[in-house]
Each structure stands twice: as C-alpha cells, then as structure tokens.
Write a protein that binds this ligand. Structure first.
Ligand code: 5GP
Ligand code: ZN
Length: 108
C-alpha cells in the first residue's frame, strides 16, 4: 500500500497525533496553512468521500468538531477535496481543519 496516510495510521511514517480511535485519526498537517492546521481521516482507506462508509464519516466530522472546540478557535475552515481538479493531492479522504486566528493575534 503506497498510501502515505495509511502509512501514518500504521505508524510507518511519523506524525504529530491529536486524536486516535478505532476508526479515526487526527494529526497536524506537515505544511500548515495556519498554526494548528490539522487533518482528520477515517482509518478505512478510500480516495474520495463517496468511498467511505457513513459510520466512519460521521465519526470523522464529530472528531473535527471536538478538535475545533479543544483548540478554542472561534473562526476556522473545514475543507475536503476530491480529485486532482479539486486540488486533492493525497488519495485518502481527509478533512482539513484550518484555524483562522484573530487579526490581533498576528499571522498563523
Ligand atoms: P489535499 O491537497 O490532498 O487536500 O491535502 C493534502 C495535505 O496533506 C496537505 O495539506 C499536505 O501538507 C498534507 N500532507 C502531505 N503529506 C503529509 C505527511 O506525510 N504528513 C502530514 N502530517 N501531512 C502531509
Ligand atoms: Zn490510505
């Protein structure tokens, strides 16, 4: 399996993990768009949203919400890309959670 996110799940590639359960893993993005930018993924391998069972998707979204609450961010984007034209680079479904800091807190 050449999938880098499956390798992260197996521990074959290191990551900074924020949360892990039987079905879900959350870890910091290696190229963050802002401080605390994380990725939340189902452990079930599937390239696109429609490849993932509903129960796994439901937990991924729930974990995304919990991390946003735990980070204490008021403003944030949740992004999920499907396919090259839609800017997907890693073919294992992932949700980006991108905190948007208050302007008075400075960049990132
Ligand atoms: P996409 O464009 O597919 O929606 O986003 C893929 C994301 O995965 C990018 O934000 C990129 O920085 C991140 N990424 C790619 N390879 C790795 C890796 O090996 N480790 C981590 N933590 N993030 C990665
Ligand atoms: Zn995978």
């Amino acid at each position: 399996m050449a999938c880098i996110f499956c390798k992260i799940i197996k521990g074959e590639i290191p990551s900074l993990k924020l949360f892990e359960s039987e079905k879900t893993l959350a870890f910091l993005d290696i190229g963050p768009l802002s401080r605390g930018h994380s990725l939340i993924i189902p452990k079930h391998h599937g390239a696109k949203l429609h490849d993932i069972p509903d129960d796994q998707l439901a937990e991924v979204l729930s974990v995304t919400k919990k991390i946003a609450v735990a980070q204490g961010v008021q403003d944030y984007n949740v992004l999920q890309n499907n396919g090259r034209i839609a800017h997907q680079e890693v073919d294992h479904v992932h949700f980006h959670l991108i905190p948007k800091p208050n302007e008075t807190e400075g960049l990132g």
